[in-house]
Design a protein around this ligand. Structure first.
Ligand SMILES: [Zn+2]
Length: 1056
């Protein structure tokens, strides 16, 4: 096959002849220079010494000299911002336009817009007609190159990006994209689940001294406001958790009523209350902690499992068919209760650590000052806080976040604490406009300076010695010579006098321009290409997907290949329902191979590929496997064929993004293997209908196409002596134990790395990590992006607990658990999480907390949200699915979470619930969130709830008529259409405010969140309540308070 001549690839397996319209991202400019054939990155571990290749044409490279400032970049093709610090004259790897102009002529383009309608059965071929001639395509390509612009960087004309202006179709139909689009159109959620909580009085929590049995959360149990479930067996609740006073920094969310036996709100120092309130909570206090069960010796090994809590969700049972009593939807009613009753019978939800309060406090305390990275081991502000970062030698937390910024010196300590040591790395993270992209450093022909032994790149932690003639590697201690051209004198402190002129000596993050040694086959890469491959089977045509997509692509690509007009017509009458999948990927990958470039395939696919072809799948969905030892098979691919295919794709630098439009089971677990292993994304639009889902789909597509992507990438994380990277999580492929291979990596994706000790660390040196990502930019430039981070080391456990970051811990633990379900029963995975959490907290209790209050649950200040967040992970759809959650949903979410950053997992597991009508209407700032519990809903108000994937507008039944009119344009609550997905645009303050807020929430997330309007008491409310994660869930997930009680019990068992 010769793609350069536009001949379509040989259709594999007798499939319809796909038509390709090549689309090179020429607008990104860049330096082509075809490379081909997957080969190893021989040069990655060190350039060939003595190589004498000239720099690529168009790249001006000043010979590096000791006095010269480092190269910086001007406005680059991919949005690199220019740095004022270095003069324009110093730009050495300048704008790519020059490069582009010089290189393009020699480059035989693959095409401007590769578009391959494919993938049905041979029958589809007939109406298809001949593929475009090579002349046609070439002409299109020629046109593209002349104009030199391509859609990805600019919004498509004709399709606005603004907020929706059309009214929603008030069809009243059930939204089909609720959770993950799991409800088919018109299909109600499972019967029984649509009911509200019964208004019956639940069993009252026993008074502290009274023992009663603990019941594992049953499905659909009744739940009262501030009523939090039965206590633990033989044990009273030991009082709400208390942060160690000496670690506490946050103010009290709310003062406790006098006489309460709760030990007070978390956070603030309330020492006097603690002891005085203890007596009622010390049933099992024995005062001695004695030898504990000790740390799991099998730390990190697969799921030993010990706990029993929450491990038996059982098949979700429908609730008794009782209607929800509107009055039972409470606003927080605690304050209306007599204090005595409150304390005797209830655990005050306000007295347990509140995510809202912690987030709020961090915003107040850390949101105003920039986070300066010059100090080793500083814990950054929370991901929920808006802050600016100043790089002064360590990578920004936008690139790297750690579970702890203070690492135990020994592995024994680490095992004792059981706190996972991990870093969530987002190498190509997008930065806010106020922060500059990493500088690009060009060392010319010699390439980046590295340690001879461990190959670490020059960084601010390298120590120059012998008057600057040599440097000692901070990672392996090797003494290296400084090349003459890099020599510089040292000042009286031993620092190079040019340190602040060189990014690699003063900043935590920067890029090196790679030499040809870092390229496959020692050839500079071609600019990557995009290929669109469209399923044109019956369902895709009938749903309107194909027409919509072709229209959109015309805008996105700016050029209008006539084929896009023809495709919908060509297949308008198709009856073909069977599809193939693997051959499509294969064809796209072969096309890239022939074009000798990396690139991305955009696949649009509707159904389980059951047609006779490689990668053929069968429907093996079986909900009966849930909660059995075979449940893991639901998450595993059903054939190894896709793994093999993915491996080929990775070798070619072919990243696959998959857009799924299933009407039924499509086996996401198998179809997502290739996207997952190639660093791609999966999007799922169940029961896709153009009128309901086009905005979401098109928004996702536009964003996806315009993403900055690094292609054909390899990532390596180096560490200083004493620790090493041992485990990796994310969307990538690994062929050995150290190199993370990514056919593509975009700015939203993270790679999570776990570290283990292999030696003793010391407090003085701390621990260093360096993440090096070698990749091809969209412009076709080979680059190395380096992120460095220094952490502290401690000999006291208290220092570890004082410098942890719970959001990152949860991110890691969720990923660990979500991978665990591939190989272990879900029950075991859950138990392991609970055990580990208990061990973490018990270790703190034993070693760091004051010993005076053994009956009390004491949480480290930095981890006081660990229980509530962990509970959210435990009751998530992957680990504890409700009846409405499909196998595909679970596989989809599992796959998504694997690559999520810390901010995404934070809101995904603990959604944001924003009251819209509580604050004055003139107040345009984002309203403060409330806790995700039904107790917090007032039936006179309206709320938005979002978790990064879903967006609900909940309307209370008693909302003022004026508010209803302002927001929905109807005169009463009953006239509001349940399931509405677009609010009318009305000319009043409230409407504008809510629309603005919705737009702003969507802008913060990497995927478009479709709105669903939920009326109180409506059947859709069940769906909504799924996200009220502090409450007991219908699938059996524990309420926050219940889980806290259970965690307390587990900790006490470990300590006794
Ligand atoms: Zn070294």
């Amino acid at each position: 096959m010769n793609v350069n001549q536009s001949a379509p690839p040989v259709p594999p397996f007798g499939q319809p002849q796909p038509v390709y319209l090549g689309h090179h991202q020429s607008s990104y400019g860049g330096q082509p220079g075809p490379t081909t054939a997957p080969t190893s990155y021989g040069a990655y571990n060190g350039p060939v010494p003595g190589y004498q290749q000239t720099p690529p044409p168009g790249v001006s490279r000043a010979p590096p000299s000791s006095g010269a400032p480092p190269a910086s970049t001007a406005q680059g093709p991919c949005g690199q911002t220019a740095y004022g610090q270095f003069g324009q004259g110093d730009v050495q790897n300048g704008p790519s336009s020059t490069v582009q102009m010089q290189r393009l002529p020699g480059y035989q383009p693959f095409g401007s817009a590769i578009l391959a309608p494919v993938v049905s059965q041979p029958a589809v071929l007939q109406p298809y007609g001949p593929p475009p001639t090579s002349a046609q395509v070439t002409a299109q390509l020629a046109g593209m190159q002349i104009s030199g612009t391509v859609a990805p960087a600019s919004p498509p004309s004709g399709l606005g990006y603004g907020p929706p202006t059309s009214l929603a179709s008030a069809s009243g139909s059930f939204p089909n994209s609720g959770l993950y689009g799991s409800y088919p159109q018109g299909q109600a959620p499972p019967l029984g689940q649509a009911q509200g909580h019964p208004g019956t009085q639940p069993p009252q929590r026993s008074v502290p001294l009274q023992a009663s049995s603990f019941t594992p959360p049953a499905s659909g149990g009744p739940r009262m406001p501030s009523m939090t479930g039965p206590p633990l067996p033989g044990q009273s609740f030991g009082g709400p958790p208390v942060s160690q006073p000496n670690h506490v920094s946050s103010p009290a969310p709310q003062a406790l009523p006098p006489g309460t036996q709760m030990t007070g709100p978390p956070g603030p120092p309330l020492p006097p209350m603690h002891s005085s309130q203890q007596p009622g909570y010390q049933l099992q206090q024995n005062g001695s902690f004695g030898p504990t069960r000790g740390p799991q010796s099998n730390y990190g090994s697969p799921y030993p499992g010990a706990a029993t809590f929450g491990s038996q969700p059982g098949p979700p049972q429908p609730l008794p068919p009782k209607r929800l009593d509107p009055d039972a939807i409470p606003s927080p009613q605690l304050n209306e209760l007599p204090p005595q009753q409150k304390t005797r019978h209830r655990i005050d939800p306000d007295a347990i650590p509140s995510p809202i309060q912690v987030i709020e406090d961090d915003r107040n305390n850390r949101g105003s000052e920039p986070f300066v990275t010059g100090v080793r081991g500083q814990v950054p502000p929370l991901v929920t806080t808006n802050f600016l970062v100043k790089d002064q030698g360590n990578a920004s937390p936008r690139y790297i976040r750690c579970t702890s910024y203070n690492i135990p010196c020994t592995s024994d300590m680490a095992k004792q604490a059981q706190v996972p040591l991990a870093a969530v790395i987002k190498p190509l993270a997008r930065l806010p406009p106020e922060e500059a992209s990493p500088y690009v450093v060009d060392h010319g022909e010699s390439g980046p300076l590295r340690c001879n032994r461990c190959k670490a790149y020059m960084c601010p932690f390298m120590q120059f010695v012998e008057g600057g003639r040599r440097f000692q590697c901070c990672f392996c201690s090797c003494i290296n010579d400084v090349p003459p051209q890099y020599f510089q004198h040292l000042d009286h402190t031993g620092k190079r006098v040019d340190a602040y002129d060189r990014p690699e000596l003063s900043l935590g993050s920067y890029e090196f321009l790679a030499t040809v040694d870092y390229c496959k086959n020692n050839k500079f890469p071609s600019p990557p290409a995009f290929i669109f491959m469209i399923d044109v089977s019956y369902n895709a045509i009938r749903s309107g997907l194909v027409r919509l997509l072709c229209e959109e692509l015309k805008s996105l690509l700016d050029f209008l290949p006539s084929l896009l007009d023809q495709i919908p017509e060509m297949f308008a009458d198709t009856r073909e329902t069977e599809t193939v999948f693997a051959p499509v990927i294969q064809a796209g990958m072969e096309a890239l191979k022939a074009a000798e470039c990396a690139g991305k395939l955009f696949l649009f696919h509707t159904s389980l590929p059951i047609a006779e072809a490689p990668g053929k799948l069968k429907n093996r969905d079986d909900r009966k496997l849930i909660n059995t030892d075979k449940e893991k098979t639901l998450f595993q691919p059903q054939t190894g064929a896709y793994q093999t295919l993915a491996k080929e794709c990775v070798a070619q630098g072919c990243c696959v993004d998959l857009f799924l439009f299933p009407n039924q089971y499509v086996d996401v677990a198998t179809l997502s293997v290739v996207p997952q292993l190639t660093g791609g994304s999966v999007y799922k639009y169940a029961c896709f209908q153009v009128e309901n889902d086009q905005e979401r789909f098109l928004s996702d597509l536009r964003r996806d196409v315009q993403k900055v992507v690094g292609f054909d990438a390899v990532m390596r994380v180096r560490t200083s002596t004493g620790i090493r990277a041992v485990d990796f999580f994310g969307a990538f492929y690994m062929n050995n134990t150290t190199d993370v291979e990514l056919a593509g990596l975009d700015g939203d994706k993270t790679v999570t790395v776990e570290f283990k000790h292999d030696d003793r660390l010391n407090e003085e040196n701390g621990a260093l990590m360096q993440c090096a990502l070698l990749y091809t930019s969209c412009a076709g430039q080979r680059r190395l992006r380096i992120h460095n981070l220094a952490l502290n080391c401690c000999t006291q456990l208290a220092d570890l607990y004082r410098n942890c970051e719970t959001d990152t811990l949860i991110n890691y633990m969720a990923k660990f658990a979500y991978r665990g379900v591939l190989s272990s029963p879900v029950k075991t995975v859950r138990d392991t999480l609970i055990t580990q959490c208990a061990q973490i907290l018990a270790c703190y209790r034993k070693n760091c907390a004051s010993p005076s209050s053994a009956g009390q649950l004491i949480l480290p200040e930095c981890m006081k949200l660990l229980p509530v967040y962990l509970n959210c992970v435990l009751k998530s759809d992957v680990l504890q699915p409700g009846a409405e959650v499909t196998t595909d949903d679970r596989a989809y979410v599992r796959q998504l979470v694997t690559s999520m950053d810390v901010a995404e997992t934070n809101v995904f597991f603990y959604p944001r619930l924003l009251p819209l009508t509580k604050s004055p209407i003139e107040n345009t700032t984002e309203p403060p969130a409330v806790r995700a519990s039904e107790e917090r809903l007032s039936n006179g108000d309206i709320y938005l709830l979002e978790n990064g994937l879903n967006l609900f507008l909940w309307v209370g039944a008693s909302v003022q008529q004026g508010v209803v009119q302002s927001l929905f344009g109807v005169s009463s609550f009953s006239q509001i259409t349940s399931g509405l997905s677009v609010l009318p645009v009305l000319d009043n303050l409230l409407s504008k405010k809510v629309q603005g807020l919705i737009d702003s929430l969507r802008a913060q997330r990497s995927r478009y969140m479709k709105l669903i309007v939920v009326k109180q008491e409506d059947k859709l409310e069940t769906l909504f309540k799924h996200f009220l994660v502090e409450d007991k869930s219908l699938s059996g997930g524990a309420s926050y308070v219940d889980f806290l009680c259970h965690m307390h019990k587990e900790i006490r068992q470990l300590l006794s």
